[in-house]
Structure formats: C-alpha cells, structure tokens
Design a protein. Structure first.
Length: 383
C-alpha cells in the first residue's frame, strides 16, 4: 500500500493510504447508519446544545492483531502496519458507529452520535450541565478522548453535520452555502453528479428540488463518464438550484402539541409536498419540503391520479412525524376531496386509498392561489 500525507486546515498532517485493493476484497459488515435528518430535527428542538469531536476518532479503535498485517504500507524507511483503525477502510464506519451507539446507549434521550461527531441537547441549562457531565464521563470510561479545540459547549445554536441548528430552527451551513455560490458550471458527468449530490444533501430546504434538477439528472444518463452537452435548459436548472439553496428558508422543528398540515400538489412533471404548522399568530411555519420527478409512466397518469399520489407521497415522507396524529391535507384539486372520501372505482386509486388508512386525516380544498407553497413545488415546469 502507498501512503500520501495531506495537510489539514489546522496545519496538522493526515496520512492517507490507498486501500482500494483491500476494500475490493473486504466483506463490509452490515450496520445501519443513523438518519442525519432525524438527528438534526431531534437535536435542533433543544434550547442548549454541545457538539463534541473525538480526537482522531478512528485512531481510538484498536485493530485485532491478526488483521494488522492487512493494513501494511510502504515508506522509504520500511514497511509499517497499523495498530489502530486507519482512515480509508471500507468497513470502518459501521463498526465505529456501533461502538458509539453502545457507549452512549444509556444516555440516548439527550445525546446522539454520527460516527465521531457527538451532539448533546437539553431543554434547560441545569439539565444540560448534567447531560454533558454524564456523556463526558461515559466517554472517559470507554477510553475515548475529545479534541477540545473542535468542541462547542453550551450554545444556543451551532453547526452540526452541515446544518445550522438551534432554537427549534434549521438552516444550511453558511460555509457550505458560500461554497455553493462559487460553484462553476459542471463540464463532465462526474461534475454533474457531484453537484446533484451536494444539492440533494440540502433537498429538504429546496421547494421543487426534483423538478429544478430534472435537466441535470438527464445529463447523467447513458455512459458513466464524458463531457456533457450544456445548453440554456441546463444553465437555467443549475442557476435555479443555486438560487433556491442560497435563499433557503430556515425550517422549523415540529411541535407535537399543534396540528400538522400537508400541502400537496402535482404538475405534469413532478409532485411536491410541504409539511407545515401554524404559529400563535396564524402564520405557517414550514417544517420540511419534499418533491419527486415523475417518470415516463407517471407522466401519463390522469390528473386525479397524480394529485392522489402527491398525498400518499407526502404521508410516506413525513411518516415519522405524522403517524398517530390527525393531519389536515390541503389540496387545490377539489375532485380529490370527494374521491378519497368515497370508494374509488380505479384499482390503483383503491390501493392508494387503502394505504392512506394508516394515517388519520381530513381533506380541505384550497384554491391554488391560496396553496402557493405546494403549488411552487410542482408547477415551475422545465421546458
């Protein structure tokens, strides 16, 4: 194995080793990683937050003696092998996450870890001090060390996993937004995939993300590599996505003491939903946006089918918040109200109506001009 030393932002050195050959023959252990969006929403509802960063996280996990030889790498003064878990192994993140979950399991009501990033969240100041003490003691007992310089203690808001969270609100990381503003037009399919991956990471902040991205996703079809043919349609898509993310509205934490509303709508090209709640002044507070581009088959559906699918799509995406609550569905398609309240004749609509029985809901018709949040998700067509 060959190694390369890379300078980090803090001027320290990180050793990177090319483990592609080893990874190709490694059986990666299956272990579920946590849903980052759920982590963000759970922690962001708290009033006090602390973020802990483990000191060289992977290096705090020891390798089994018989596996060390597999990590051997060459230098100009000899061959070495790792005693601890190095970066670059395909099977490293799952076991590390499992270890962190086990270490912090007894404190799971106020601390979560995503690999080596740990967040402690509390409703009160006194409670936060107790929670911090408990977590730090647990980490010490397990033999872990934190990097104080990269930790944030007792903050009202902070940056975590690419998001700015705190006080019941969530927004994209400002540094990431600044980087997105500087993005240049992608020239190859690989560049396009990178752009779509970055935008997709923040899709919950972007109304109509799926439809905005349609011209770019079409560029990735066919051969995996090569230059792309860039035209006016692709340029508009790229600029719309950048603009939408740079102007993204901060999302709000769900309040389970208040009723939820799903604003759903469908166009010829896509479906869009907005999960909202009203505040004390009657203003809508967006919690999350979701959208999906229709495939060729779905584009041929009847309007009533597209509108019905929009509702089912929204419930599935927001299920973790809506199951067990009564939800108001807001739609601008009045036939849908009568369709779902009666027995449909279409087998497809019947299946969807039966699937909706998982949730408790009522349907409200609201003209499109009054249902602008969901309308915006679906009706900005790409020509």
């Amino acid at each position: 194995m060959c190694n390369v030393c890379v300078a980090k932002k803090d001027a320290s050195i990180r050793m990177c080793i090319d483990y592609r050959a080893l990874n190709a023959v490694t059986k990666v252990p299956n272990y579920p990683m946590k849903d980052t969006q759920e982590l963000i929403f759970t922690a962001g509802m708290a009033q006090w937050l602390s973020c802990l960063d483990l000191l060289k996280g992977y290096y705090q996990i020891k390798m089994h003696d018989e596996n060390r030889v597999l990590t051997a790498f060459s230098t100009d003064i000899g061959v070495y092998q790792w005693k601890v878990m190095p970066f670059g192994l395909s099977g490293a993140s799952g076991p590390f996450q499992k270890i962190m979950n086990n270490v912090l399991r007894s404190h799971s009501s106020y601390v979560q870890a995503y690999i080596d990033d740990i967040i402690v969240y509390s409703k009160t100041w006194d409670g936060h001090l107790i929670h911090l003490r408990n977590v730090l003691q647990e980490l010490e007992n397990a033999g872990f060390s934190v990097k104080l310089r990269k930790c944030t203690f007792a903050a009202k808001e902070l940056q975590f996993l690419g998001h700015k969270i705190g006080g019941g609100k969530y927004a994209p990381d400002e540094e990431k937004i600044a980087a997105i503003k500087r993005l240049e037009r992608p020239k190859t399919k690989k560049d396009v995939r990178s752009v779509l991956g970055l935008m997709g990471f923040y899709r919950s902040y972007i109304p109509n993300c799926a439809e905005f991205a349609t011209p770019l996703t079409e560029l990735t079809k066919g051969k995996k590599s090569g230059e792309v043919k860039w035209g006016k349609r692709e340029e508009e898509s790229f600029c719309r996505l950048k603009k939408a993310l740079c102007e993204a509205t901060a999302l709000n934490a769900p309040d389970f003491d208040k009723p939820f509303e799903i604003h759903a709508d469908a166009s010829d090209y896509a479906v869009g939903c907005c999960l909202t709640q009203k505040d004390e002044k009657g203003n809508y507070r967006p919690i999350a946006f979701v959208s999906q581009k229709f495939n060729k088959t779905q584009r041929n559906w009847a309007t009533i089918e597209k509108e019905a699918y929009a509702i089912l799509f929204g419930f599935k995406k927001f299920d973790k918040w809506l199951y067990g609550t009564i939800v108001e569905i807001v739609t601008d398609h009045i036939p849908l109200k009568y369709l779902i309240e009666k027995t449909p004749k279409s087998p497809k609509l019947t299946r969807w109506t039966l699937a909706l029985q998982r949730w408790s809901y009522k349907i409200t018709h609201r003209p499109g001009i009054l249902n602008q949040d969901a309308d915006a998700l679906s009706r900005l067509q790409t020509k």
